[in-house]
Design a protein around this ligand. Sequence first.
Ligand SMILES: [Zn+2]
Length: 293
Amino acid sequence: MPNAKAKIGVIGGSGLYNMEELKGVKEVEIDTPFGRPSDSIVTGTLDDVGIAFLPRHGKGHRLNPSEVPYRANIYAMKSLGVEWLISVNAVGGLKFKLKPGDLVIPDQLIDRTRNRVNTFFGEGVVAHIPFADPFCPVLSQILFKSAQRLGAEVHPKGTCVVIEGPAFSTRAESRLYRSWDADIVGMTLSPEARLAREAEICYAGIAGVTDYDSWQDQAEPLSVDVILETLNKNIDVIQKIIKLSIAWLPPERDCVCARAMKTAIATARQSIPDGQKKKLEPLIGKYLKGDRS
Ligand SMILES: [Zn+2]
């Protein structure tokens, strides 16, 4: 277990690579049974609350969405003591009302990724977490209220289609997602949300709309430069939203996320291999106590 402790984690997406207001900053190198996280984790305090910050794509944006070590990232956050995890993401808008520059607090996702491991379990431990509502309702509501208070153009909910990437969607795909009534399209909310739930971490997202994806006939081809420019305009307000949200978090958690694993493990405790018990101790150790096998 690392020495540093943090109650709140922030995973920064494209455009958010550090948090300037953190005090007492330390860089923590963490190794996990699932490999190394995307980068060293920066810990510090914001208004006396312990924060852990990780740039999802690594410093310098080196990892593409398929290469991000999602399991190592979430495991590292868990081992630092993180209970609340705020995920910042760049997304495309699938509806006119979701304009470039707007923020969306997603409440649903449709997972279209194909090349990512999306669970900590397997290899002798079977677990099925409840995931009907993939985002923490408490944290999502706080992020929305903070954004509103700060005068941001923010939408309180939205369904995000998560694509594998790294290419943006084809026009036919973009229109298909619109026909599903999805609101935004991104590349990173899954498996992050799923793994956070398995780790019993309250997880919610702030998605910054950077473009209209490719569903319009006359759409200009998407350009990373334009996307980053739109995103950069929002980074300041996103940092303020995070700061205000931290002040509004309840002292204790009383949502489903905090006990997601309680009824999830299907494998008989005595059948779980010792190696897996050790590896998954930070995630399920408390549910294996009293197990004499
Ligand atoms: Zn929660």
